[in-house]
Ligand binder design. Structure first.
Ligand code: J2J
Length: 563
């Protein structure tokens, strides 16, 4: 029996209720098609599909390579329903492998390049992944060393490496073996099973360990097709991907997949700095790009001081974190393009301002839902609807919003309402025209310039340090990133521990550099490291005896004002 069938029966994945699923099919939203069709449906074979810092592929080549890779992976034992952790910088191999896995019906777990041992170990264990596929090295980091550690700690059976594989399989060899195999045997059929999992996205998380988000071919493909239309992508567009391609925003809103669906050319850049990227815009005549607010700001600063040709830009999407109206106005003025605000989540719902919207919407709102079938509710703490226009918790359900996290039935009981609405944790209000304005957050998370950090996850990691007995993590305001991370810690006075490089002796203060070094060494992604540490004797508590994060945030503001 294939794993997919096991999944639903063993509660790994919560399907949509049958009546809803049938409706989405009848309405033509769900097509029962594998996402591999993005490459095979009426594409011009010799049109350029992807360009990275070193090479380029036409649609025809991308399709051929992906199928050869699928065949090679199949020969080595990767099967439909197998979970495979994928971790790549923005390189062509990412796209080839993604489509190879789609073709096989295997399920990529979308790790980000910044993830390290802690995260990888969790993704592999949680998904019971059979394989890990990565680049040899990127950005000065050797992913094979990471693979070695993860293999030692998990049930992984295979590692495939793009580039120099060392003791691991090289993806090039797998592809070559696949090409030969396809010649001697019939090539693999791409199976359409829309309800099966296409990929596992990662949640920003509010829990100790990030949850996996099961997205099906039906639901993800729908959101990609619809997003491509709302973003105005056509076969004349050139889409630049500078944020990590695996992130839901740059993958699907409309992202790399939306651009390929539209027959556009995708430019994958490993660089994000404006002096490196803005010349690419001029050279490749980029029409569309997706940014987070701090990156948009950095590009603007650069463009104001240097002569750069950004004439080709038609649409700049900004999402992932709240965009101020000041920055929004500057983007439109300086890049002389349309601004599209995108408020989305890897769990599903994506809101867009539309390209024809006036400044009242594009500058001051985060858009309205992608689909007319998206249901959104703004509710008070007791789940009753707020008065129109008031701020409340955003709940949503619809044709591409999950009904449950992967293998998380306990968490699902609180993360979703009994009637299937996802509790986004965002505090929003609706304008009279039904556009969403993000006003804050109820979830215990830090949004560090679009990168999400679960407070509970970081607290758990901090408490793992022998010098710390308790930790509470809060967001602090930052003029560039919007938010940064502050860790309040209580020193461990009782426990003696060995004096290693990073051990903090009982006499020493717990310093930020020492703590960051410790977290790096245990393999935590760089963006999760705290930006500030404050040692306290006790934490303030609420009247229910819980740590009062509100009081901690106020303490922090007082410290910042005094500084
Ligand atoms: C304020 N907060 C925002 C925005 C996301 C498209 C775009 C973004 C994501 C994403 C995505 C925001 N203003 N414009 O998946 O497909 C915060 C909210 C939200 C959380 C989701 C996509 N856009 N946010 O950022 O899963 O708090 O997805 O619930 O990483 O980011 O984070 P994530």
């Amino acid at each position: 029996m294939c794993k997919q069938a096991v999944s639903s029966s063993s509660n790994l994945f919560t399907p949509w209720p049958e009546a809803e699923a049938n409706r989405y099919r009848t309405l033509g939203l769900w097509l029962n098609k594998n996402m591999f069709h993005i490459l095979s449906d009426s594409r011009v074979a010799d049109k350029l599909a992807v360009i990275d810092d070193n090479k380029q592929l036409t649609y025809g080549q991308l399709k051929t390579n992906s199928l050869a890779l699928a065949q090679g992976l199949y020969q080595l034992g990767i099967r439909t329903g197998d979970n495979v952790v994928l971790q790549f910088p923005n390189r062509i191999e990412f796209v080839e492998t993604l489509f190879a896995l789609f073709a096989l019906g295997a399920v990529p777990v979308m790790a980000l390049p910044a993830h390290r041992e802690q995260e990888l170990k969790h993704f592999c264990t949680e998904s019971q992944a059979v394989a890990y596929i990565c680049a040899d090295h990127a950005g000065g980091f050797d992913y094979r060393a990471l693979a070695r550690n993860v293999c030692a700690l998990t049930q992984l059976k295979h590692v495939f490496v793009a580039g120099d594989g060392q003791e691991f399989y090289s993806l090039d060899d797998v592809k070559r073996a696949g090409e030969l195999g396809a010649k001697s045997k019939a090539s693999l059929p791409v199976v359409d099973n829309g309800q099966s999992l296409a990929l596992l996205q990662l949640s920003g998380g509010t829990t100790n360990l990030p949850k996996l988000i099961p997205r099906t071919h039906d639901d993800y493909f729908y959101s990609v097709r619809e997003s491509a239309a709302v973003t105005g992508l056509t076969n004349e567009s050139v889409y630049l991907c500078v944020l990590p391609a695996a992130h839901n925003f740059t993958l699907s809103s409309a992202g790399v997949l939306g651009a390929l669906y539209a027959g556009a050319t995708v430019i994958l850049s490993e660089q994000v700095a404006p002096d490196r990227v803005l010349p690419i815009i001029a050279k490749q005549r980029v029409t569309t790009v997706a940014l987070v607010p701090p990156l948009a700001n950095a590009w603007l600063q650069f463009a104001q001081k240097n002569r750069v040709d950004t004439n080709s830009l038609q649409v700049v999407q900004v999402g992932g974190a709240k965009l101020t109206s000041v920055l929004a106005k500057q983007i439109v003025a300086i890049f002389n393009c349309k601004l599209q605000q995108v408020f989305g989540m890897a769990e599903g719902l994506v809101n867009y301002t539309r390209l024809h919207d006036g400044p009242d919407k594009t500058l001051f709102t985060q858009g309205c839902p992608l689909s007319s079938e998206d249901e959104i509710k703004v509710v008070a703490n007791d789940d009753t609807p707020v008065v129109n226009g008031e701020v409340g918790h955003l709940l949503t359900r619809g044709p591409y919003t999950i009904r449950g996290y992967y293998n998380a039935s306990e968490h699902n009981a609180t993360a979703f309402t009994p009637d299937g609405f996802y509790r986004t944790g965002d505090l929003v209000r609706l304008t009279e025209e039904g556009y969403v304005v993000v006003e804050g957050r109820a979830k215990d998370q830090i949004n560090r310039g679009g990168e999400k950090i679960s407070a509970a996850e970081l607290e758990e990691l901090l408490v793992g340090h022998p010098g710390i007995s308790d930790a509470a993590v809060v967001a602090m305001k930052d003029s560039v990133l919007g938010e940064k991370t502050c860790a309040f810690v209580i020193k461990n006075k009782q426990q003696a521990y060995p004096q290693g490089v990073n051990a903090i002796s009982n006499q020493q203060a717990i310093t930020l550099p020492a703590l960051r070094r410790y977290l790096r060494e245990i393999g935590v992604a760089e963006y999760k490291l705290p930006d500030r540490v404050v040692c306290v004797e006790v934490f303030p508590t609420t009247k229910f005896g819980k740590v009062s994060k509100k009081a901690l945030r106020e303490t922090l503001e007082n410290i910042q004002q005094l500084a």
